[in-house]
Design a protein. Structure first.
Length: 142
């Protein structure tokens, strides 16, 4: 039915209507953009299991850089998923951000490397390495 309606209405009128819808979505919001984006990110996480890293990966930049246009697009994606017109997998890569380690994990690994004491096996390997590094000088004269 939508396709039939869009087939009858001229394209420039459809574009203007979509533009006005975007302005309405952007203009009807109360509060700073940063707070609205934070609420949207939280709603994605709670209702659709979509993390901030996944959203940032889709947009290609940090959420701190989102504009009013990005917010409207984010809301449109949310509504599409909520209404069952699409799935979160259609929009977001579920593996985005999984290769990153948390600050706690990184500091733990760093601490572990700096506090690791050499074992006897490590010392034996060092001796073999140092012996193996010596030049091979032959005293046999033929």
């Amino acid at each position: 039915m939508r396709a039939c309606i869009l087939g009858i209405i001229p394209g420039d009128i459809v574009e203007k209507a979509v533009e006005e819808c975007g302005k309405t979505l952007a203009g009807n919001n109360k509060g700073p953009l940063k707070d609205r984006i934070a609420k949207a990110l939280n709603a994605f996480k709670e209702q659709h299991r979509v993390t901030q890293e996944m959203i940032e990966d889709k947009f290609g930049y940090n959420a701190d850089s989102f504009t009013e246009h990005d917010f409207v697009e984010l809301i449109n994606i949310f509504n599409s998923i909520k209404d069952g017109l699409s799935k979160s997998d259609d929009w977001f890569d579920k593996n985005a951000g999984k290769d990153k380690k948390s600050g706690l994990a990184a500091s733990f690994e760093k601490e572990e490397k700096t506090t690791k004491k050499p074992s006897i096996k490590d010392l034996d390997k060092e001796e073999v390495k140092s012996d193996g590094d010596k030049p091979n000088v032959s005293t046999d004269k033929r």
